[in-house]
Design a protein around this ligand. Structure first.
Ligand code: MN
Ligand code: MN
Length: 294
């Protein structure tokens, strides 16, 4: 990777990390989900980046893929277990990172939060070029099991390429699922989910995240500006300020893919932790570490 290109990935990582911390700080009782998502994305834009995908504000037994729609009026409540999963990109250089907070600062779900964080750190500790992906998966699974909890087996981390959030290689959260190895210079997201449920998610209701399946082309010229803007990256109707534009996109079903919310199959609570990592010859460069004094 060219030095300037690498700097873009690093900068996207810093911005995403700052946005994640901001989201976690502001996830307080009484704050609207929509307000929180908007603030995170406004922060990303204020730093000169774009959201890589709509901020996921999934709660409790929702594991992932919920983002508020423009009319959302739900506010966070004391005791909600909230996953703040955010992404930033600079000219397609992407960062994807998540953390879990218990709204109101209680400690009821501390074991879930810790299991996800320790799973993530255990996974990162295995990263270097040539290592089987299964070593990472095994480390994650072991760390989560030590808390008497389960990793979610059908959600995985993933390789990332320019403008491609899920570039093809999966990083499972349980052992025995991958025969691949890590390549030097590769960018991956590692994202363990820990649950007190059955360790699996199912598709729930529509989660308000959209993506263009294909270029609408001349037959739907009114959609072109939106396609130009979002390309292959997921987006939300919240990004479109004008009501008429939202209506156009809402009606354009055949060009769009929509994502369901992932809900834990046993209605268990779910915690998630995620970092974007660059694979080095002899280790890992974590691009989304918590910013702050050295
Ligand atoms: Mn991810
Ligand atoms: Mn994520």
């Amino acid at each position: 990777m060219e030095p300037a290109e690498l700097e873009r990935w690093r900068a996207a990582g810093r911005i995403a990390a700052e946005a994640r911390e901001l989201g976690a700080r502001e996830a307080k009782p009484g704050v609207g989900r929509r307000e929180l998502a908007d603030r995170i994305e406004a922060y990303i834009r204020s730093r000169g980046a774009e959201p890589a995908f709509p901020s996921n504000i999934s709660r409790n037994e929702e594991a992932a893929h919920f983002t508020p729609d423009p009319e959302d009026a739900v506010t966070l409540e004391e005791g909600d277990l909230v996953k703040i999963d955010v992404g930033a990109h600079l000219d397609g250089a992407l960062a994807d990172t998540a953390m879990t907070v218990e709204v109101g600062g209680g400690k009821r779900y501390e074991n879930l939060v810790r299991a996800a964080v320790e799973g993530l750190e255990a996974g990162i500790a295995e990263v270097r070029a040539g290592v089987p992906v299964d070593r990472i998966s095994r480390a994650i699974e072991g760390a989560v099991h030590r808390y008497g909890l389960k990793p979610v087996r059908n959600l995985t981390g993933h390789s990332i390429e320019r403008y491609l959030l899920h570039a093809g290689k999966s990083i499972p959260n349980v052992a025995g699922m991958s025969a691949e190895t890590l390549d030097e210079g590769e960018i991956i997201a590692i994202e363990p989910f820990a649950t007190n449920g059955v360790g699996e998610i199912r598709n729930g209701p529509f989660g308000n995240i959209l993506r263009f399946r294909r270029d609408p082309g001349p037959e739907a010229a009114e959609l072109r500006p939106y396609f130009e803007r979002f390309r292959t990256l997921p987006f939300a109707l919240r990004y479109i300020p004008e009501a008429a534009g939202r209506e156009k996109v809402r009606r354009a079903r055949k060009y769009l893919q929509s994502y369901p919310v992932f809900v834990e199959s046993g209605e268990g609570y779910v915690a998630q932790a995620e970092h974007t990592v660059r694979v080095l010859r002899d280790g890992a460069e974590v691009l989304t570490r918590r910013p702050g004094p050295p």
